[in-house]
Design a protein around this ligand. Structure first.
Ligand SMILES: [Zn+2]
Length: 321
């Protein structure tokens, strides 16, 4: 996997490759962009390039170093991500990497610390990281990955070189799905639209999980009588996944609204359920659909703010049925 294989992020990839070629590396990078657009993929290519035994700016992908990084077992490449129920990165994790940072690389040339979900650090963790950023150790590159720059402390942001990632166009994702997975045009269009410009999401969709969950949530909330108010399969999901699934539900209701106003199936996101949508749209007045979409967005906001999930979902159900 070399720099030019990261689809749709040519600018970000070019910037990192050039930094290696010109030996002008920053001590810390901040990759900013939505989930699923290639941030962690590019971070890994970058880590490989910094340690590849062939020593070229583009990693070979075949030497022991590249293979170890690919398998997440390289001792000089450390990946941190949010864990536990709170889905946060705590101070202990940051302290731990801080302690190893000052050591020399074990077997590579450059130690790479990736913090995936840097916007999920607790305040204590962020303060502790700041100290490291103020006195960056030699032969060490820090890569922070975040989808929301505004959740990071400005002092952290200002000490990192920012690398921006953009959602991909529908055509770019379609092309990739057709080439890589052999999809036909129609299926590729459906998956691409559903994934909202995120290739990672498109791959998840393809692997079935996302579409299966959308079907489950739509079927549950559009035919609510089969469940009690206090009982939904969503309770068992992690907080972030619940919001992603609620997003799929909101997009479905948005499709109902779009269809009821336009009668045009070509404008739908959920192309694979176009027949259901044209049928269900007649059941709801447009104002009702607008209201339901707002209710779902409010519920997502409450869940993001750590509201009790059961109560939030039960209220949502009462309000939308
Ligand atoms: Zn290599």
């Amino acid at each position: 996997m070399s720099f030019n294989k990261v689809i749709g992020q040519e600018h970000a990839a070019g910037l990192l490759k050039k930094a290696i070629e010109e030996k002008r590396l920053a001590h810390a990078y901040l990759f900013i962009g939505p989930e699923g657009v290639g941030k962690s993929l590019l971070a890994k290519v970058f880590a490989k390039a910094l340690n590849c035994e062939k020593g070229a700016a583009d990693p070979c992908g075949e030497c022991i170093s590249c293979k170890k990084i690919e398998g997440n077992i390289h001792p000089d490449v450390v990946i941190l991500s949010p864990e536990g129920k709170s889905s946060q990165i705590g101070i202990d994790a940051i302290r731990k990497i801080g302690a190893t940072m000052s050591l020399k690389p074990y077997e590579g040339r450059t130690k790479v610390f990736m913090i995936d979900g840097a916007d999920k650090m607790t305040e204590e963790a962020a303060n502790s990281l700041l100290k490291t950023l103020e006195e960056p150790p030699k032969d060490t590159v820090l890569v922070l990955l975040a989808s929301n720059m505004f959740k990071l402390q400005p002092t952290i942001v200002s000490r990192c070189q920012k690398v921006l990632f953009h959602p991909l166009g529908e055509r770019a994702i379609m092309k990739e799905l057709i080439e890589r997975y052999g999809l036909d045009e129609k299926k590729a269009a459906c998956v691409s639209r559903f994934s909202e410009g995120r290739l990672g999401r498109a791959i998840e969709v393809l692997e079935g999980e996302a579409l299966a969950k959308r079907n489950k949530v739509v079927d549950e909330f559009l035919t609510p009588k089969q469940f009690g108010y206090e009982d939904t399969w969503l309770y068992g999901e992690p907080r972030e996944k619940i919001n992603e699934t609620l997003n799929a539900l909101a997009v479905y209701f948005r499709d109902l609204l779009v269809f009821s106003l336009s009668k045009d199936q070509g404008l739908l996101v959920n192309l694979d359920r176009a027949a259901d949508i044209s049928r269900d749209a007649a059941r709801y007045p447009a104002e009702r659909l607008e209201r339901i979409i707002e209710i779902i967005a409010d519920t997502q906001e409450q869940i993001k703010r750590n509201a009790n999930i059961k109560i939030a979902l039960a209220c949502m159900r009462i309000n939308i049925t």
